[in-house]
Design a protein around this ligand. Structure first.
Ligand SMILES: C[S@@+](CC[C@H](N)C(=O)[O-])C[C@H]1O[C@@H](n2cnc3c(N)ncnc32)[C@H](O)[C@@H]1O
Ligand code: SF4
Ligand code: SF4
Length: 424
């Protein structure tokens, strides 16, 4: 494999303190056991009854406990719909809409009090003109912040409120270690400026207790840089490097040519080389990929390899809060009981994509306990067909469990449906 030279040298590695990890237990696990609803379902399935029609006919009501506000653990917040970059593989590049921004002043942020708020998984959050105001509101209600960003405009953007925040994790997305590759993929991006922004941010927040991660979305054009990435980011003091396989979301030429399925053996061997690098150099940085879980289930049960596993609870908020092994729900997804997504129109969505109403018109509490919300919750429990084609579950909630040996997992459901429709 071709090895490009690295033309940016980060700072010397820091050492990771040896502190014990406290693994978080989802309180809703306890509720499932105590709930008569769960009990009734278990009983009926246990008696050999069908999950669907008979149970639906019973019109089982969700108990107040299962829809209680206390069960809400994580709020996914998309303050914008738009971006300052046009990354080759990203849905934003194929959307032709103008940027939109959430109206921060029209929302009562009290519902975020002491919750985990994950900002910007789908669009770029830091382009919001009032991003500092949003962070101030979240600080006021003592929210814990998880941020994902391209980091590109941090040098121009003043966000002083972040230094007062309870930050759990900041992820920067950066898809290569060389200028050429980064700027080819992250169209409109400036390699050196962004690295300098990341470095300055890490310096400024080094004492915050937050962890810092890099998402490297892997495709054919940056495969050769996968094995170089751990050493590169180690120098910045980054905790985690996530290798995310590109999911084709469009039939654009670049996406098709750079699909990973056609070069999967090279993909797997590049991931192996990256893992070897972390192991043999005893690096502080950890690496993750669903491939590691499949290939090395003993060493990487959650898809993560680190020489310091005991130090950090690595699970993503999705995996921590939206999945529970002990529910009676068939696929174990508890997202509509524990999470919401707020999009830039003020809409509150359950299951990421199903709207239950607008925060501009209703209080959060009314929406969370609304008939719309309960109807969806009943549906996912009683007739989980709605879950069968759920990309959110596959690529977000259970992302570390993606089966990398199946071509189905290299393409989005939305694109698959489009292709099926156009071929028939
Ligand atoms: C859509 S971005 C939004 C947040 C922010 N703008 C950023 O780039 O981090 C979230 C993550 O999705 C990744 N991503 C974008 N397109 C993807 C694709 N087709 N397949 C897999 N991940 C993708 C990005 O690299 C980034 O890490
Ligand atoms: S920076 Fe993030 S949201 Fe913007 S185009 Fe790139 S991946 Fe998509
Ligand atoms: S639709 Fe998706 S997010 Fe919602 S419960 Fe089903 S699998 Fe989970």
């Amino acid at each position: 494999m071709l090895s490009p030279s690295i033309n940016y040298v980060g700072k010397p590695a820091i050492s990771v303190p040896n502190k014990p990890v406290i693994r978080w237990v989802n309180p809703i696990n306890v509720l499932w056991h105590g709930s008569c609803f769960a009990h009734e379902i278990n009983l009926r399935i246990g008696n050999g009854m069908q999950m669907t029609a008979e149970l639906e006919a019973l019109n089982v009501q969700l108990t107040d406990k299962l829809r209680a506000f206390e069960n809400l653990q994580v709020i996914h917040l998309e303050p914008t719909q738009g971006c300052n970059l046009r990354c080759r593989m990203c849905h934003v590049t194929f959307e032709k809409t103008k940027p939109k921004y959430l109206n921060i002043d029209d929302i009562d942020w009290d519902f975020c009090r002491r919750k985990v708020v994950k900002i910007g998984a789908v669009y770029e959050p830091l382009i919001h003109p009032q991003i500092n105001k949003l962070i101030e509101e979240l600080n006021r209600v003592d929210a814990e912040i998880v941020l994902i960003t391209n980091g590109h405009n941090l040098n121009k953007k003043e966000i002083p409120a972040l230094s007062e925040s309870k930050i759990r994790e900041v992820t920067f997305s950066f898809d290569g270690v060389t200028k050429k590759t980064y700027e080819e993929i992250r169209q409109g991006g400036n390699y050196l400026q962004t690295l300098s922004n990341i470095e300055a941010f890490l310096d400024q927040h080094a004492a915050s207790g937050a962890r810092f991660a890099i998402n490297m979305t892997v495709m054919k054009s940056n495969l050769a840089e996968v094995p170089l990435a751990p050493l590169f980011w180690e120098g910045f003091g980054v905790t985690a490097l996530r290798f995310i396989g590109m999911v084709a979301r469009d039939t654009d030429n670049y996406v098709v040519e750079n699909n990973l399925w056609d070069c999967r053996d090279d993909y797997f061997s590049a991931l192996d080389d990256a893992l070897d690098c972390v192991k043999s150099n005893r690096l502080n940085i950890g690496v993750s990929s669903p491939y590691y879980r499949q290939r090395y289930p003993d060493d990487c049960p959650d898809g993560i390899f680190t020489n310091h596993l005991s130090n950090i609870d690595w699970r993503s908020p999705h995996n921590m809060y939206e999945y529970s092994e002990i529910t009676p729900i068939v696929n174990k997804c508890i997202s509509p009981f524990t999470a919401v997504t707020i999009n830039c129109d003020g809409l509150v969505n359950l299951c990421q994509r199903i709207p239950i109403g607008s925060l501009y018109e209703h209080s959060f509490d009314d929406l969370w306990c609304s008939e719309n919300a309960d109807a969806l919750r009943r549906e996912v429990v009683l007739n989980h067909e709605v879950c069968n084609t759920c990309d959110y579950f596959k690529f977000c909630i259970k992302s570390s469990y993606i089966d990398v040996s199946s071509p189905d997992n290299y393409i989005s459901e939305h694109l698959r449906q489009r292709l099926i429709a156009s071929s028939s």
